[in-house]
Design a protein. Sequence first.
Length: 270
Amino acid sequence: MDDLAGVRASGVSRAARAPAKYQAPRPVAVWAFARYFRGLFRRHFASVRWAALDEPTAWDRAVPVLFVSNHTNWWDGFFSFILTQEFGLTFHILMEAANLDRYPAFKRIGTMPLRRDSRMGAWDDLHAAGRVLRPGAALWIYPQGRRRPAGERLEQLERGAAHLAVRHAGALRICPVAFRYPFVSEQLPEAIALVGRSWLHDGIGDRKALTERIGSAIADTVASLDTRLSAEALEGFRLLVPGKLSVNKRMDRVRHRLGLLRGPFEARNG
């Protein structure tokens, strides 16, 4: 999923097409894509892990969740999907309409279009997205609007997330998430997520001020994750998807089975 976005306060003004009709996630498609995404992660990563500063299992399921995250990688949308499944929430995400038109199958798992070439079209799409914020549901937005370098500061964020929060009737949980894809002593990289500290928003507030708060929350969560990873240690991160062993570990496993190495087999490099 590419270029998952919010919307800028200004946009290109031109005739907007009618907003696409929302399709609720199809259970069979959700099951199939979950298997597919997890298979991709198993092949391309040493592991997929997550930790939380705010425990998702303790959240009130009657309150919908708006996830806001940094966006640095092609994998972010897939990671958002399997993480939402882990939390037991119904997945929804905004994706640039031009890209969703190329991959319409994603609509079957809760992906919704956001037109970036039309101010009115983007407005309509955000309103459509707001209708999925119901009990047990989660909606992901990447306020950076497009993929940015991992080390780039979160600046000039788009206000789509704040717009949804301000317009939402009733309580809404806003939760920052940080994604990173570092190499940690293995042949393949790790996919790591840190769920930040969420807060309940009551629909009152200024979009600009709320956007700044969202940006600060994401930046703080990213900084917390980077601090944890600076020691190249994964203690405290829960395993979500196991990945492939490094070549030397696959060789060690064979030698253990042949009795050529003593002691327990260690799956990871020390």
